[in-house]
Structures are given as C-alpha cells and as structure tokens.
Design a protein around this ligand. Structure first.
Ligand SMILES: Cc1cc2nc3c(=O)[nH]c(=O)nc-3n(C[C@H](O)[C@H](O)[C@H](O)COP(=O)(O)O)c2cc1C
Length: 180
C-alpha cells in the first residue's frame, strides 16, 4: 500500500472495529439489469495488505443477485465531521462456505442471527405471521461479501479548497491529484 493512501485504509480498518465510527456503515452500489441499486451495509473487516473490505449479508438478497450478474461494486463512506468521502470500487464476491464464513457466523450474537432466520427472502412480500427457520438453515442464508478494491477515490472537503485524490491498484496505489 502506498504510504499516501495507507492512512485512509487504516481509518477504514478502525471503522470496521469501532462501534459508532462514522465510516462503520457505507453505501454499497451495484447494477442489476442495467438498474443502479444502492443500500447501506456495515463494514465488518478490512484487509489493508490486499485492499479487501467485507460485509455480511443474506445470500438471497438483491445485492447478491446483482453481483451474480455484474460482479463489480462501489462502496462509499462519508465522515461528515471530517468532511471526508471515500469511494472504493472493484470486483466483488459472495462467500457462503469456508473457515472465514464459519468464523464470521460464530461471531454473531442471537439477535444478529435472527436477521437470517426469515423464511422469506429479503425484498419479497411479507406474509402475515412470516415463518422463521432454524439456526442451521439461517446459517445457509448467511454470506460474506468481499470487495477487492482496485480504486480508491478520496474527496477531502476544506473551507478554502477541496482536495480529490485517486489511488489505483494498477499504479501501485500511487496518488493522483484530481480536480474536485
Ligand atoms: C444502517 C444500516 C445498516 C445495514 N447493514 C446491512 C448489512 O450489513 N448487510 C446487509 O445485507 N444489509 C444491511 N442493511 C440493509 C440494507 O440496506 C438493505 O435494505 C438490505 O440488505 C436489502 O438490500 P438489497 O435487496 O439491495 O440486497 C443495513 C441497512 C441500514 C439502514
């Protein structure tokens, strides 16, 4: 990671572990059938060395269907106190099996697991008295979504002059100043 961009990555890594951090939740954008879709998701982990960010989600959700069709996403974070916007884009994957997914599931408390216990998929009409499924079936709904960033676009708002910088994986994350 280029030192100029490393501070932003460290900030995201802190956001993933600090409850209440302004960048703990960001807007994740995908495209499905040519239709842009954006929703808030919680940043769960950051691998700075590989420039990978993870979220937890339901494998039956719209974002997962979108990523099956077009496996790229952009994830945007904004710290209003610092006037800092970070946009990270790249290929995204959905993982349902493996040690990392099992460990993530094991780390969820009962209330968090309940989100995956709905018998019906997210976004489908809710029937009265909607059934919930067992913890074992809920685990099958659970997935880890990873974004392998190949681009970081930073916008720093300043009173006098805003600053915008782009970092790309293909240029070894060297900073490139842009017109804001
Ligand atoms: C503050 C906040 C945090 C959220 N965190 C998550 C999350 O971590 N994972 C997730 O799948 N949905 C999360 N949601 C719900 C999504 O925004 C969205 O409504 C849901 O995932 C269905 O979106 P989709 O149909 O586009 O996939 C969150 C919503 C809010 C408002």
């Amino acid at each position: 990671m280029n030192p100029a961009g490393a501070a932003y990555w460290r900030q995201l890594a802190r956001a993933a572990t600090e409850r209440g951090h302004p960048m703990r939740v960001g807007a994740l954008a995908t495209v499905h059938d040519g239709q842009p879709q954006v929703r808030m998701v919680v940043l769960r982990s950051v691998d700075i060395d590989h420039a990978v960010l993870c979220a937890y989600t339901d494998r039956r959700s719209g974002k997962v269907a979108a990523l099956k069709q077009a496996a790229r996403a952009e994830w945007m974070f904004y710290d209003s106190g610092a006037g800092l916007q970070l946009r990270l884009a790249g290929p995204a994957e959905v993982h349902q099996q493996g040690d990392a997914v099992d460990a993530a599931w094991a780390g969820l408390h009962a209330g968090q697991r309940r989100e995956y216990q709905m018998a019906t998929a997210p976004g489908t009409p809710l029937k009265q008295g909607a059934a919930s499924v067992s913890d074992t079936t809920a685990r099958q709904h659970f997935a880890v979504l990873s974004l392998h960033a190949d681009r970081l676009d930073v916008l720093q708002l300043e009173r006098q002059q805003h600053h915008r910088t782009r970092f790309c994986r293909h240029s070894q994350w060297a900073p490139e100043a842009l017109t804001p």
